[in-house]
Design a protein around this ligand. Structure first.
Ligand SMILES: NC(=O)c1ccc[n+]([C@@H]2O[C@H](COP(=O)([O-])OP(=O)(O)OC[C@H]3O[C@@H](n4cnc5c(N)ncnc54)[C@H](O)[C@@H]3O)[C@@H](O)[C@H]2O)c1
Length: 84
């Protein structure tokens, strides 16, 4: 079986402090192939640091979810609406 392909929505604190370092320990099992953040620079930085060479970067999570090759999505966005 090939590696599980992961997509990440929200590349902020919990992603960088917990999820990315933890997932990095399981490189034989999974690979990070897509990163999304509304602040796209965060997705770009995370993709460079933790993603596969051809990892995709998005600012709109709808676009990431269109990629049917992704097996698992981690949703790491705030659970409250901070825009109002
Ligand atoms: N940071 C921690 O140590 C910690 C610990 C336990 C639980 N959590 C939980 O994790 C979740 C995320 O917290 P955090 O601290 O990582 O917040 P954060 O603000 O550091 O990161 C969230 C990221 O999501 C991005 N984002 C917001 N809306 C988005 C959208 N619609 N599409 C794409 N990206 C979007 C933001 O730009 C930001 O980069 C929260 O529910 C929080 O309660 C965090």
């Amino acid at each position: 079986m090939g590696k599980l392909k992961l997509g990440i929505i929200g590349c902020g604190g919990i992603a960088n402090q917990k999820h990315f370092p933890a997932l990095s320990k399981f490189k034989e099992l999974c690979e990070l192939v897509a990163f999304c953040d509304v602040v796209v620079e965060r997705a770009e930085k995370s993709a460079k640091q933790y993603g596969t060479e051809d990892a995709k970067v998005y600012s709109d999570y709808h676009e990431l979810l269109k990629d049917t090759s992704i097996d698992i999505v981690h949703v790491l966005t705030p659970n409250v609406n901070t825009s109002s």
